[in-house]
Ligand binder design. Sequence first.
Ligand code: ZN
Length: 192
Amino acid sequence: MWTRYDDRFTSARLWDPVSFEARWHYLALVEVCGSTGRYDGVLPVNLAARASDVPDPGRCHDELAAAGVLKVDTDTVTVVTIDEHIPPPGEREENLLPRKRRNTAAYRKRRCEAGEHSRHCPADTCPVKLSRRDMQRDVTPDDAGLPRGLPATPGRDGTGRAVTQDQEQVRSEEEQEHAHERANDDPWSATP
Ligand SMILES: [Zn+2]
């Protein structure tokens, strides 16, 4: 990810009494907070001590505390200025990917609802996908003796039982509804 600091950061007067080592250590503390997802700025003191290669991290912590940028407790230190340096919530890695997925899903749902169906349509709501699933369930190679997806011979439902008038009606309507899928403008072969 990234760490940021203001372009007046280095010249800020708060650093005047702070040693170079402690300034360097401060940057290292900020990076550890960001890279380990500690967005509240709280670090275990042992981890904080290893953040940089300064010879005396404890003294650096005290200096930074005196400058007002670090809070030192028994087991933790807290970078109190952490918000100035880390990505805001919407730009954090763990939030970016789920947001992208949500946007993509919403976009595909909108297209589907507008009648622009594709193989990316949401499977649980797309009417085309749902009726395709129904058709595949109705006609299987075993019960119809026909390749999957082809309509059964009229008058049979593939099980040897007689087919009622209503079932014939439904089947014929489905065939009409999906006629375009067998034509050249098959939307399922379209690239997204
Ligand atoms: Zn759809």
